[in-house]
Design a protein around this ligand. Structure first.
Ligand SMILES: C[S@@+](CC[C@H](N)C(=O)[O-])C[C@H]1O[C@@H](n2cnc3c(N)ncnc32)[C@H](O)[C@@H]1O
Length: 238
């Protein structure tokens, strides 16, 4: 029986091995399109948290997808905004060469750009975005990396940060095991997804791991959203 009482922090995911099978990695990025659509909940997050901040005219709102991997979340957000007649420029950033090469090789909807960069590189370049989001990045990071990404996010975002990730739990683990055990051949979706759940936080653990000004939200079962609204603390203390 897998022990989910504590976060798994030692075992790395297969896709993080620089020498992993490239074909399997590409199939994994491809399979993420479906998996993210089914489990990550970006459509309701877009409708409730992102769409109200967009406008049909004037300068486009800018959004950074940090750790964009194969790029499916960046492409989906840009496509939804375009379909709604709203102006949104999306930048997907990932320091992994393989992710960047895969993301840039896909057909892109208008309004999406990918850069090979980590959050600290973008801060060093003085880049700023209205919105900063990420999907399935938080559970990848150790404590120092998480602190760095949150500090970078605060420096990069003008209006809102949403880091969306898995909430560790037995039900999530069992449901994911059953849903992915038979399909997704030749990719890392099954083993890495299960390990991702083991590496993920529970809400109380994540609350203890974050600095002041950040909030842990649980919008629906199996998910945690780490949010930050620049300026909210000053308003609260005023
Ligand atoms: C599991 S992948 C998630 C990919 C994609 N967001 C998705 O949901 O399919 C995590 C990604 O975060 C990237 N990453 C880790 N630390 C980062 C940082 N500081 N800045 C930008 N990307 C980072 C890694 O290179 C990796 O591609």
């Amino acid at each position: 029986m897998i022990d989910l009482s504590r976060r798994e922090t030692a075992l790395p995911e297969l896709m993080d091995d620089p020498d992993c099978d490239l074909d399997a990695l590409h199939r994994t990025y491809g399979h993420f399109v479906l998996v993210n659509r089914l489990v990550a909940g970006w459509r309701p997050l877009y409708r409730r948290r992102i769409r109200p901040l967009l406008s049909p005219a004037g300068a486009p709102t800018t959004l950074l997808d940090l750790g964009s991997g194969g790029g499916d979340v960046a492409r989906a957000l840009a496509a939804w905004a375009r379909r709604d007649g709203l102006r949104l420029d999306v930048t997907g950033a990932d320091p992994d060469d393989r992710a960047h090469a895969y993301a840039t090789a896909q057909p892109q909807p208008p309004g999406v750009t990918f850069v090979r960069a980590a959050s600290r590189d973008l801060v060093a370049e003085g880049r700023r975005f209205d919105l900063v989001v990420s999907n399935h990045v938080v559970h990848h990071l150790d404590a120092a990396e998480l602190a760095g990404v949150l500090r970078d996010s605060e420096g990069l975002a003008g209006r809102l940060v949403l880091h969306n990730d898995i909430a560790r739990g037995r039900l999530a683990y069992g449901a994911y095991w059953a849903a992915t055990v038979a399909g997704f051949r030749g990719s890392f979706i099954h083993p890495d997804g299960l390990l991702s759940i083991r590496r993920s936080y529970r809400a109380d653990e994540l609350r203890r791991a974050i600095p002041a000004g950040w909030r842990v939200e649980r919008p629906w079962p199996f998910r945690l959203v780490l949010s930050f609204t620049p300026g909210a603390q000053e308003h609260a203390n005023a």
